[in-house]
Design a protein around this ligand. Structure first.
Ligand SMILES: Cc1cc2nc3c(=O)[nH]c(=O)nc-3n(C[C@H](O)[C@H](O)[C@H](O)COP(=O)(O)O)c2cc1C
Length: 179
């Protein structure tokens, strides 16, 4: 064991990373989507997810303004749409229109579900933590939705073996666990 630059350990261990779309609305009701890799389960009962959101993003402003978000789990077919949402800002783009993803009303919160996703979780913010250049929003799950196909989680993959790459753009490789 020898001490190395943080980036060296980060490069080796930050993949695979589970990905999701997070749906939000602005204070005046405009829907938006962001790609996230920084999400984790933060409480079992009640179910709470934490998402790390860049302070400069439109999505961060939306969640801070409304206290609501939806975590939408994309399948393999949505890899290009996920990348689009991760490389364009909702400040000047309607990402639902641009990707063809279909907004579907939820039951509890204002941000729409994403019809084509494998599952959707409606979340209400119960805590927020400013940390470095990100904000961590803790969202308690209010309602859960699932499609008929359980699918397989889309991952940001690295150089390790054992994964099947389905898409590559802007330095990101997306894939799934190999059969
Ligand atoms: C695969 C992938 C994962 C990403 N994960 C995150 C993340 O966890 N948190 C974050 O703030 N941005 C993340 N990003 C970057 C945002 O999706 C990107 O900055 C987006 O354009 C912000 O959109 P908005 O301004 O409409 O909110 C990720 C991008 C990609 C492609």
């Amino acid at each position: 064991m020898e001490e190395v630059a943080f980036a060296q350990v980060d490069r080796r261990w930050n993949t695979p990373e589970r990905t999701a779309l997070v749906s939000t609305v602005s204070a005046d009701g405009r829907p938006n989507l962001i790609a996230v890799g920084w999400l984790m389960r933060a409480s079992l009962t009640p179910p709470v997810y934490a998402i790390g959101i860049n302070r400069r993003s439109q999505s961060g402003r939306n969640i801070a303004a409304t206290g609501e978000f939806v975590i939408a789990i994309p399948g393999v077919d949505l890899a290009p749409a996920l990348m689009y949402c991760g490389t364009h800002s909702g400040a000047d783009t309607d990402k639902f229109a641009a990707t063809g993803l279909t907004p579907q009303p939820g039951r509890v919160v204002r941000p729409p579900l994403v019809s084509q996703c494998l599952a959707n979780l409606e979340c209400r913010v119960v805590a927020t933590q400013d940390i470095g250049d990100h904000q961590v929003f803790f969202g308690e799950v209010q309602a859960s939705w699932a499609g008929s196909d359980p699918g397989r989680p889309l991952l940001v993959i690295g150089a390790q073996s054992g994964y099947f790459q389905v898409y590559e753009e802007a330095g990101f490789r997306l894939g799934i666990v190999r059969d």
